[in-house]
Design a protein around this ligand. Structure first.
Ligand code: IPD
Length: 272
């Protein structure tokens, strides 16, 4: 299978991802304050039956436009995820917020192509994100980006902040889901809290990324984050002039990540 998409095909792919995100957005708005059925509950995580249903809805839209592309999703995979093209999908990013009725969650959809391990801007496994869509259905905010073009929020170009001083920055921190990540991150949290204006932990990685892209946050760090949480938002940050540094920490698509405007890149860190 070829991974070369023409401009028209990429545009179709973007439209399908946007339509899929909007359709799931309707479902999420409808269910926000209703009881939700959980498939799995652990100390720091909840997996909902609606996560699975939402991914299935998204897959239908994506298969209609690019039937040859695989899907690597938080709720499972479809096809061969090492094929030339793959979608990376988080149907509900911020599931715990959503489960508790907090209207801060998003649908995240990225399209990646295999460019080989030395390809420019590629992840360690040789994939590069060429399209990213993140939708917050509760604020009706749709971010989109295509590699090499400006990132957009509801159609208008966005840019990262210009703040250069850590003392004036809002930095978002995620603690992921494991005890190990929590314990590794807490000491840095305790240090950083004294150097920045505010720390925020809002519970959706995809939205933390788009908030950096839009200049609302100045940086965001997380250790133990998964590819479906960051693939779309990472491209959106880069297309908005920001830096998106990540390092694979295991073969199961888990990363350490630092996202920021270019001025703060060396001033924030992510624990090992
Ligand atoms: C989680 C959220 C959270 C982040 C976790 C993610 P999910 O995604 O983005 O903010 O701290 O690392 O796993 O499970 O709600 O899709």
């Amino acid at each position: 299978m070829s991974n070369t998409l023409g401009r028209r095909e990429l545009q179709f792919a973007k439209t399908a991802a946007v339509d899929a995100a909007r359709e799931v957005g309707v479902v999420l708005r409808r269910h926000l304050h209703e009881h939700k059925r959980a498939n799995l509950v652990t100390q720091h995580d909840i997996k909902l039956e609606l996560d699975v249903r939402s991914q299935a809805l998204i897959e239908k839209w994506l298969a209609a436009v690019l039937p040859e592309a695989a899907v690597l999703g938080e709720e499972g995979t479809k096809g061969d995820v090492s094929s030339a093209l793959r979608w990376v999908v988080d149907p509900i990013d911020g599931t715990v917020n959503f489960a508790y009725g907090i209207p801060h969650a998003a649908i995240s959809i990225a399209l990646q192509k295999d460019v080989g391990k030395r390809g420019k801007a590629a992840y360690e496994d040789g994939y590069r994100t060429i399209l990213g869509v993140v939708y917050d259905p509760f604020a009706d905010e749709m971010w989109t980006a295509m590699a090499g073009q400006a990132a957009r929020l509801n159609g208008k170009a966005v840019h990262v902040s210009n703040r250069r001083k850590l003392a004036e920055a809002i930095v978002s921190i995620g603690f992921a889901k494991s005890r190990e990540s929590l314990e590794a991150t807490l000491p840095y949290f305790l240090k950083l809290v004294h150097s920045v204006r505010k720390i925020r932990m809002m519970g959706s990685a995809a939205l933390a990324l788009t908030y950096v892209a839009s200049g609302r946050f100045d940086a965001y760090i997380e250790r133990g984050i998964r590819l479906w949480d960051i693939a779309a938002g990472g491209l959106i940050v880069e297309c908005a002039g920001g830096t998106f540094w990540r390092q694979a920490v295991s073969a199961d698509f888990t990363y350490r990540m630092v996202v920021s405007n270019p001025w703060l890149r060396r001033k924030v860190h992510v624990p090992v």
